[in-house]
Design a protein around this ligand. Structure first.
Ligand code: NDP
Length: 251
């Protein structure tokens, strides 16, 4: 039987935004263990970013940490340039960096709105534009949206949910635009995943457990495994899709 999994990854080059912690770090680790050379961005967690590079290099992998604030379109573009000049043209771009500022619709400031739009939406568009411009044909673009695009579930999440719903439409359109180059474009919508953004001992944990049929938070590795699969040849016919990894939260 053809080993499509191994064939696809070995020697590939990836850029992951927001790879210093949480889901992004899980994606960086998984791709590196698949044999991918992985560049990733961070904005403030330099120690964690450098630790992750050390961890990957100590097991024979290749990684590069790039300081780039997703709130700046220029920094996102420059991160793509740095990744390409270090490793070569991208095969995989994962737009993961995101922020959640909670607040009821009457309480959120214009600054909160603009910052969530800049990081959760504009940076995704700009990153995809820059990555696609230099990506090898047959490449893979993956966004990390959220299950809140399907089911918000909690008060204080309207703007965050709006930003993640925007990604669903973006991915549909970009998938069509890049199809002639056989670049697939998909959106992963995690449910509650234990990270700094959504700690497994946070205030909503008891209620969340009752809303998740599998009765637990997910792990960053369980999002990363879908990223890994989407980069294989086995997933070459999946594009424009938004796929949930949520323990049944949206079921
Ligand atoms: P964390 O807050 O745990 O980690 C966020 C990561 O993104 C960090 O590496 C952080 O780097 C980076 N980041 C944040 N802001 C910026 C910025 N302005 N520029 C560059 N990098 C930045 O979040 P999660 O891992 O939980 O979330 C990752 C993605 O998954 C987000 O898009 C989030 O919306 C989504 N998601 C998360 C869910 C969850 O339950 N955890 C559920 C559904 C979706 P640094 O520390 O250097 O700033």
């Amino acid at each position: 039987m053809e080993s499509t999994h191994i064939d696809r990854h070995a020697g590939s080059i990836a850029l992951v935004t927001g790879g210093s912690r949480g889901i992004g770090a899980g994606i960086v680790r998984r791709l590196a263990s698949d044999g991918v050379s992985v560049a990733f961005t961070y904005s403030s967690s330099e120690d964690k970013a450098l630790q992750l590079v050390n961890e990957i290099e100590s097991t024979g992998g290749s990684a590069l940490a790039i300081k780039a604030d997703s709130a700046s379109a220029d920094e996102v573009r420059l991160a793509v340039t740095k990744a390409v000049s270090h490793f070569g043209p991208l095969d995989i771009f994962v737009s993961n960096a995101g922020i959640l500022t909670r607040g009821s619709i009457g309480d959120l400031s214009l600054e909160d709105l603009d910052r969530m739009l800049a990081i959760n939406v504009r940076a995704v568009v700009v990153g995809i534009q820059a990555a696609a411009a230099t990506m090898n044909d047959g490449g893979r673009i993956i966004t990390i949206g959220s299950v809140v695009a399907v089911r918000t579930g909690f008060p204080g999440s309207s703007i965050y949910s709006m930003t993640k719903a925007a990604i669903v439409g973006l991915v549909r359109g970009v998938a069509i635009d890049l199809a002639p180059r056989a670049i697939t474009v998909n959106n992963i919508q995690p449910g509650p995943i234990a990270t700094d953004m959504n700690p497994a001992d946070g205030p909503h944990v008891d209620m969340l457990h009752t809303l998740i049929p599998l009765r637990r938070y997910g792990k960053d590795a369980e999002v990363a495994s879908l990223v890994s699969y989407l980069t294989t040849k086995d997933a070459a016919f999946i594009t424009g899709a938004s796929l949930t990894v949520d323990g049944g939260y949206s079921a």
